[in-house]
Design a protein around this ligand. Structure first.
Ligand SMILES: Nc1ncnc2c1ncn2[C@@H]1O[C@H](COP(=O)(O)OP(=O)(O)OP(=O)(O)O)[C@@H](O)[C@H]1O
Ligand SMILES: Cc1ncc(CO)c(N)n1
Ligand SMILES: [Mg+2]
Length: 526
């Protein structure tokens, strides 16, 4: 198989040629993998064009769309189907194929022989970029039993479209229809159907077994003309399987567009469908028998959204946990966090250098619940993986941890990122990289952090002056000296972060209350 380009990025000199001149620019260009889906619109957005675009986006591939039909569909079934005129389909195809560098064309609902004809015509006029380029999902009947493409398309499919296809992905009913109605009720019959379909000309065949009766596994049969592969996954008990077929085919197309070989693309796609079904097995969208699922693995219960978005004033009394201190005082992280919040902490950071990952994750999840129900943000020190896994509000990183811009790209735009800065240069960089706040210190000598240079109140003032970001002071701060810190009077110094002053104490609650009082008084005075 010829390999495809995939995502290419080259920073080298780029030459653009126009009719009148040649310019040389050193700007880098980033080519992206591109799929074109030719399919029907599903108003319920679980299948069809809408699914295809979501899958490609989820897989990091651009997806252009040519609409062949507009269906009125929901989770109860298909209410109507409106075919677009073949001329309109043809215009859409020309627009995309004449302009975009399409790597892979994926077809879904092709509801009439005339529409297949204009597709074939355009594919011959505008060869696509990759030569492994055509994924045909021969959509015919919806799971609810509605005909999306009738028997009139069978002969043009068999004779002209399938021979051009790199892969076809029929479900058992579609495989049966293409083969003139043969019985397909077992994996053995799926294998024999795959073989017969291969003789119609596609390079690879995947017969999907989502609708195979009485199977505890969901089995798909792949045939490359030589060898069979059975792809098994446990059948997921869910009503949300609408659009699995479109999703599988689009994911195959997306992986091919990135340069994958066919078998790897199919395996990734199967795993993607499986993961998405599992993630969304209990979501409720619509009142009918077959619901859509979540291609981005990110739909959430409205209750679970972050209660409070970050405000600079949240840095006022910033509590940072420490496992050694909790051990020493024989309390859990969860109890420490509860007491700190009750005493007035306005933001929490879990800084657990010694905890085992599994244990830390469980504790972090409990802390997220506590913080969220109190409207207090929870950050994780350094461990981006834990922050993602427990859906914390953000992370705090040091200068030798993962760079802030990379953290931002991993966590997305709405998570909080704080970064420790000792110098003006670091403060400038924090702003450029998209941090939300700066932690600056150690202001005073501290035992909590070994080999940590003390910057003093002067150093803190410099960092504040160098940045537009809100700053929280850290290092050796407690009830006795918090006021002297706040007195430096820089407008972006929003509060103090404390470790020992709260957690290396017998009673976290009373220390938090005292510190909160001190800070409130010093705020009133300045
Ligand atoms: N309940 C399930 N659990 C796990 N995998 C499933 C389940 N249902 C379908 N699949 C998988 O989803 C993919 C699509 O298969 P299916 O046979 O349902 O296609 P389809 O009928 O064309 O889909 P649709 O018409 O609903 O879009 C296959 O890889 C199949 O194994
Ligand atoms: C538009 C459209 N395409 C494909 C399918 C198959 O799931 C569907 N239900 N609707
Ligand atoms: Mg199905």
């Amino acid at each position: 198989m010829q390999s495809l380009g995939g995502i290419r990025s080259w920073p080298a000199t780029w030459r653009t040629t126009t009719a009148s001149m040649t310019t040389t620019t050193t700007e880098s260009v980033r080519k992206v993998a591109q799929v074109l889906t030719v399919a029907g619109s599903d108003s319920g957005a679980g299948a069809g064009i809408q699914a295809d675009i979501k899958v490609c986006a989820a897989r990091g591939v651009y997806c252009a769309s040519v609409i062949t039909a507009v269906t009125a569909q929901n989770t109860r079934g298909v209410q109507s189907v409106h075919l677009l005129p073949p001329d309109s389909v043809s215009e859409q195809l020309k627009s995309v194929l004449s302009d975009f560098e399409v790597d892979v064309v994926k077809t879904g609902m092709l509801p009439s022989p005339e529409i297949v004809e204009v597709l074939l015509q355009n594919l011959s006029e505008y060869p696509v970029r990759g030569r492994v380029a055509l994924v045909v999902d021969p959509v015919m009947v919806s799971t609810s039993g509605h005909v999306l493409a009738g028997s009139s398309i069978l002969s043009i499919f068999r004779e002209r479209l399938l021979p051009l296809a790199d892969i076809i992905t029929p479900n058992v009913k579609e495989a049966s229809a293409l083969l003139g109605g043969v019985r397909i009720q077992t994996v053995a019959e799926m294998r024999s159907a795959a073989k017969s379909l291969h003789q119609m000309g596609p390079r690879f065949v995947l017969v999907k077994g989502g609708d195979l009766p009485d199977s505890s596994d969901s089995v798909d049969v792949y045939f490359d003309g030589n060898e069979f592969h059975e792809l098994h996954s446990p059948r997921i008990a869910t009503r949300n399987t609408h659009g699995t077929g479109c999703t599988l085919a689009s994911c195959i197309a997306a992986e091919l567009a990135k340069g994958s070989n066919m078998l790897s693309a199919v395996k990734v796609a199967k795993r993607f469908v499986d993961t998405a079904l599992n993630y969304s097995k209990d979501i409720v969208i619509g009142g009918g028998m077959q619901g859509p699922f979540d291609h981005f693995l990110s739909l959430k219960d409205p209750q679970s959204y972050r209660q409070s978005t970050f405000k600079p004033d949240d840095l006022f009394l910033y509590a940072v946990t420490d496992s050694r201190m909790n051990k020493k005082w024989n309390r859990s992280i969860v109890d420490a966090v509860k007491a700190a919040i009750e005493g007035g902490a306005t933001i929490i950071q879990l800084r657990e250098k010694e905890a085992e990952t599994r244990e830390f994750l469980e504790e972090a999840k409990s802390c997220v619940d506590i913080c969220r129900s109190n409207g207090v943000c929870l950050l994780i020190n350094d461990r981006i993986d834990i922050a993602i896994a427990c859906d914390a509000d953000g992370v705090h990183v040091g200068q030798s941890d993962m760079p802030v811009d990379l953290v931002r790209s991993l966590l997305g735009p709405d998570k909080i990122i704080g970064v420790s800065c000792k110098t003006q240069e670091q403060a400038h960089q924090a702003w450029k990289d998209g941090a939300d706040y700066i932690g600056s210190g150690g202001v005073f000598p501290t035992n909590t952090k070994a080999n940590n240079r003390t910057i003093g109140l002067d150093g803190l003032r410099e960092v504040c002056k160098a940045s537009k970001l809100p700053v929280v002071a850290i290092g050796g701060i407690g009830i006795s000296n918090a006021e002297s810190v706040m007195r430096i009077g820089e407008p972006n110094l929003k509060g103090v972060a404390v470790v020992s002053a709260l957690f290396d104490q017998e009673c976290v609650l009373s220390q938090a209350k005292k510190l909160h009082k001190t800070l409130t008084e010093s705020k009133r005075e300045h």
